[in-house]
Each structure stands twice: as C-alpha cells, then as structure tokens.
Design a protein around this ligand. Structure first.
Ligand SMILES: [Mg+2]
Length: 204
C-alpha cells in the first residue's frame, strides 16, 4: 500500500503569514514623564505623619541625602499593566537624578506586577544628563533605543512645553498633586484610567 507523503507546510508560507500580522501591528512606544504625571514626590517632612500604604511609599536614593515621600497617582499600576498587555514598549523620561528615577520606577513596576499577567517592564530610563536638552525631543531616543520609531511614539507629560515641534506625538496630562487643588488630589482622579483609550485612539 502506498502512503501518500504530504510535504511539510512550507516554512516560507508560515513566515509570510506571521510577517503580515506583524505589519499590521507596528511596535508602539510610550514615553512617560515621572513627576506629576505618574507620581508626586517631596522630601520627607518630620511634621507630616508617616504614611505607607498602596499609594504611598518612601525612598532614599543612593548618593542622595534625602528621603522622599512618594504618592502614586490613582490607576498607575493598572495603567502600566494595561500598556504591557497592549504591547506598548515603555520608556521613562524624567529630568530628575538617575538614582531617584530608578528607585521610584522599580517600586512602581513591583507594585504593578500581578500573578498571571505579563510583567510590566521599562525598556529605557532617560534621566538628568548633560547631553540632553531641557525640552524633551523624541528624536534623541533613537540614540538610546536603536529600533525606536518616532512615528509610533507618544510622549505623555504634564508640561505642555515638551510638545513643541512634536504636537502629533504629544499627549498632555493634567498634573498630579495630592496636596493641590481639585480634581487631581481627589479620589475621582481618573485621568490615567481614561488615558489608555486616548492613547490607542491617537494612532488611528
Ligand atoms: Mg512632570
């Protein structure tokens, strides 16, 4: 009896199929500011009561003599998880000192990881650096992240000055200040919960 031998599925066809899927979903980059966008930090003050809970923590960055009291914005952990789930590549860009940014971001990531969910991860941290200009220009990220595509990048920042010359890639966020005026100090600060949809829409 003759057995018909079917040729294996051509690897070329398979590759073609997955390439097509890839073409439809270009890699998206989100560049996040830190202070007043994701968190609010101030030097620890002996007159204010110590407070540590799911929205407040303290860090003492190496080489800095200051202990910072950090309050995280409502929905930050959900926002980071959602970015990861939607396959955004995350970059944090802050004008603050490297140790400060690194410490705070690692706490945020640890707080955001959840069992059974892909772990949020920040691909690159841009921090205070004499080579960087005061205004954030997304084009310089190509120097640090080789396959960075500016047309697929969005910068989220509370400072509108950073939008200059890159308006289409910029999403302004209302500044977060837990001691400030309404509404960002309030429990109904849902800015980050709605931003994810706004971010997705900005690519349409
Ligand atoms: Mg800021």
């Amino acid at each position: 009896m003759e057995v018909a031998i079917r040729p294996p599925k051509s690897p070329a066809t398979q590759a073609h199929g997955s390439e097509r899927t890839f073409a439809k979903m270009a890699t998206r980059f989100v560049v996040l500011d830190l202070d007043s966008t994701l968190i609010f930090a101030r030097p620890m003050d002996m007159t204010t009561p110590f407070r540590e809970d799911e929205r407040n923590f303290y860090v003492k960055p190496l080489s800095l003599e200051i202990i910072y009291h950090v309050t995280i914005r409502k929905h930050v952990t959900h926002f980071l998880r959602e970015l990861t789930r939607r396959k955004y590549r995350i970059i944090v860009w802050s004008a603050a000192f490297p140790a400060y940014v690194k410490d705070i971001v690692s706490v945020l990531l640890a707080m955001s990881s959840e069992l059974g969910e892909p772990e949020p991860h920040v691909e690159y941290l841009l921090t205070k650096n004499e080579l960087l200009e005061d205004l954030k220009d997304l084009r310089v990220i190509s120097d640090f992240v080789p396959d960075f595509d500016i047309s697929q990048a969005r910068l989220i920042d509370d400072n509108p000055d950073h939008s200059v010359g890159q308006e289409k890639s910029f999403l302004l966020i209302q500044p977060f200040d837990p001691n400030g005026p309404i509404p960002t100090a309030q429990e109904d600060d849902d800015v980050l919960a709605t931003l994810i949809e706004e971010l997705d829409k900005s690519y349409e």
